[in-house]
Design a protein around this ligand. Structure first.
Ligand code: RUB
Length: 322
């Protein structure tokens, strides 16, 4: 299979985290499929279908944890597979339009999460956030633009320091921000009114996978009786978890941890990029469709990904009554 330079560039940028954050990764992958479709040079509809499926698989393999990536790709590939047409130009247009639709939906969803979530932020609130989540920031920024006087505490987020991206963005908008080390979260929790973080994946049972350290923050919030919110578009919900699949937690290079430090030879270093926060530590998940308790994740999955679950049941288990 020939991978276009532009598509391999997108894949490399996702792998090396030049493009990062679950929403951005999903939109970049959709753009990759769109480019692949536009530039496909074959003549045959069947060959086009195979090619797009292979490119989708190639893009999917870049990072394992954020389900937004396979969800974006499946959304587009599914449309292509169910199209009754054999005409190459029609099929090409199906992929291009589906990719554009996904990208548009994704941007709007992040915006709407902000509008909905801002209602949970009150004037004078001190809000803690972790890593760099566009969905979580959308809530904070909407609340601020509504005129609420808020202060943010944001973690550095070792080892990649995405907290600095968050701090820069908030400061540029004029929101007061205090950057804190990840390990100081419990010490600061008594000052905090609300915690809001993003998500890479929400499982059917309501557990949330997000940047490493999120679950410790949730634990500290629970202990201090501070509300803990997750901001997540519906394409961050994982249909495969309904079917029993585990979420793979990405383990990245130890070099990200030690950087230029002198370290003992043969030292064993682990660098998991994400962790799992149990549903009982989460007060609510803010989606573009409304605020839900984490235990209602299964309803979102049935409503939005019923087709994907049904597809799997028919294809893999020959069951046709989901
Ligand atoms: C980013 C991260 C973010 C979620 C949600 O991890 O964990 O909280 O992806 O982000 P990484 P968004 O930097 O390793 O990709 O709300 O922007 O989709």
């Amino acid at each position: 299979m020939k991978i276009l330079y532009e598509v391999s560039r997108i894949a490399e940028d996702i792998r090396t985290m030049r493009i990062r954050g679950a929403g951005r990764i999903a939109r970049a992958a959709a753009l990759g499929l769109k480019i692949a479709a536009e530039k496909f040079e074959g003549k045959d509809g069947e060959e086009f279908r195979r090619y797009i499926k292979d490119v989708a698989e190639y893009l999917r393999s870049t990072r394992p944890t954020a389900v937004s990536l396979p969800n974006a790709l499946t959304f587009i590939v599914h449309r292509l597979m169910i199209s009754p047409s054999e005409d190459l130009e029609e099929l090409r247009s199906t992929v291009v339009k589906s990719a554009e639709e996904f990208i548009e939906y994704s941007k709007k969803a992040t915006e709407n999460i902000g509008k909905i979530g801002a209602k949970r932020i009150e004037d004078g609130d001190k809000v803690l956030t972790h890593c760099n989540s566009s969905a979580a920031l959308s809530v904070i920024i909407h609340a601020f633009k509504e005129g609420k006087d808020i202060k943010v505490y944001n973690t550095e987020t070792r080892p990649k320091f995405q907290g600095y991206i968050t701090a820069r963005k908030l400061l540029n908008i004029g929101i007061k921000t205090t950057l804190i080390p990840d390990s100081s979260v419990r010490a600061f929790m008594k000052k905090i009114d609300k915690v809001i973080v993003g998500a890479d994946t929400v499982a059917a049972n309501g557990v949330v996978v997000n940047k490493i350290g999120t679950s410790q923050i949730a634990l500290a919030a629970k202990e201090a009786n501070v509300d803990f919110y997750v901001a997540a578009e519906t394409y961050k919900f994982s249909p495969m978890t309904v079917l029993g699949e585990y979420i793979v937690i990405e383990e990245r290079s130890p070099k990200e941890i030690v950087r230029n430090m002198k370290i003992p030879e043969n030292i064993n270093i682990r660098n998991p990029a994400f962790d799992v926060t149990p549903a009982e530590y989460i007060d609510a998940i803010i989606t573009e469709m409304g605020i839900i308790p984490p235990q209602a994740a299964i309803l979102i999955l049935k409503e939005h990904y019923g087709w994907a679950i049904r597809d799997y049941l028919i294809r893999e288990l020959s069951i046709d009554e989901a």
